[in-house]
Design a protein around this ligand. Structure first.
Ligand code: SF4
Length: 339
């Protein structure tokens, strides 16, 4: 079945709640936070002093065209990451927010190398045979966090199905090193550890303040988007498992919109996340990183993202960030602190 053609567009205002809780109005400003850079695709355009989203075959809607001023503000972040030989998901996944985030001296560290063992159809991170672990990486992540002055450090990784523990021990060491060096809160954005559940437990042992594992899409599209090894049900179980082992950890998940999901499928997915006690939610627009990746089926307008944010809040998520440029780690500190 061709998922793309069989899908209906999400959202129709006729099915929105007629009234929404009054308290939700004050959350309007929070619709800027976001998720993992893996939904992005941008190419710098130095000639015109702007970044343009790379979308090979269709015109972008106006709300996805934005000008990013040139300047030196992000050079410090860029240079520090180079000096310490650290990877970020911001660059590897071509996140459209990276100039903004770097200029604010923030980034999402990507540990365990820059080559992933999964063939996800949406993600620009390289795939293939990964390199050996770098034993000093936890200290270098801690050093960068200290020199950037981060109070909330986000650490993600490629998926390492080749490692006996999926990289869980390395995650643990990175969280502990950052905490000991900086005292910062730590948010992890992890792979599914589906064959390495003891590795997952090791990450939980580190007691990060926020544990994020992205849903990415609805069940019908799951394997097409996330690859044959992924399981929708396990994603939910993972989030519940985190809470069962350490109830003080905030759980977080996110979805990309515009991959062909229907409104009903999306709302069922959000209800599932709430059933599994997920605290924070991010919703962002999927952007095709290049011609080899899954196509965009629909560009969701900003007002629909706002409607979804209100609906999700009414379902019980403690914080919701919903907008075209939202990614898991975009303004992650704001989300965690406000909660
Ligand atoms: S939104 Fe996240 S992944 Fe994207 S540039 Fe900012 S910190 Fe990096």
């Amino acid at each position: 079945m061709n998922d793309t053609k069989s899908s209906l567009p999400i959202l129709g205002s006729d099915t929105l709640p007629q009234t929404l809780p009054q308290t939700l109005a004050s959350d309007a400003a929070s619709a800027r936070m976001g998720g993992c850079g893996s939904m992005g695709g941008t190419i710098p355009n130095p000639e015109k002093n702007t970044e343009k989203i790379f979308e090979p075959s269709r015109r972008l809607p106006s709300w996805l065209r934005r000008e990013v001023p040139k300047g030196n503000a992000n050079q410090f972040t860029h240079g520090l990451l180079r000096e310490l030989k650290l990877e970020t998901v911001c660059e590897n996944a071509k996140c459209p927010n990276r100039m903004e985030c770097y200029s604010q001296k923030t980034a999402t560290f990507m540990i365990l190398g820059n080559v992933c063992t999964r063939p996800c159809g949406f993600c620009a991170v390289s795939r293939g045979r990964p390199e050996n672990l770098q034993d000093d990486e936890p200290e270098r992540v801690a050093e960068a966090s200290a020199r950037l002055g981060l109070k909330h450090v986000v650490i993600t990784s490629v998926t390492r199905d080749d490692l006996p523990d999926g990289g869980g021990e390395h995650f643990y060491r990175c969280v502990i090193a950052v905490r000991e060096r900086t005292g910062a809160a730590v948010e992890v954005l992890t792979p599914d550890f589906i064959r390495h559940r003891h590795g997952l437990d090791r990450v939980i042992d580190a007691a990060p303040e926020v544990f994020n594992h992205n849903m990415e899409t609805v069940p019908r599209l799951y394997r097409r988007v996330r690859g044959p090894k992924s399981e929708y049900r396990w994603t939910l179980e993972l989030l519940r498992h985190v809470k069962e082992r350490n109830a003080s950890i905030k759980t977080k998940s996110g979805l990309m919109l515009g991959l062909g999901e229907t409104r009903e499928e999306l709302l069922e997915c959000l209800a599932d996340l709430r059933r599994y006690e997920c605290d924070f939610l991010t919703l962002g627009q999927y952007l095709q990183p290049g011609p080899r990746y899954l196509p965009v089926v629909r560009y969701v307008p900003p007002e629909e993202f706002e409607e979804l944010r209100l609906i999700a809040r009414s379902m019980g998520f403690r914080k919701v960030a919903s907008g075209p440029f939202v990614r898991s780690s975009y303004h992650a500190r704001d989300m965690a602190e406000d909660a």
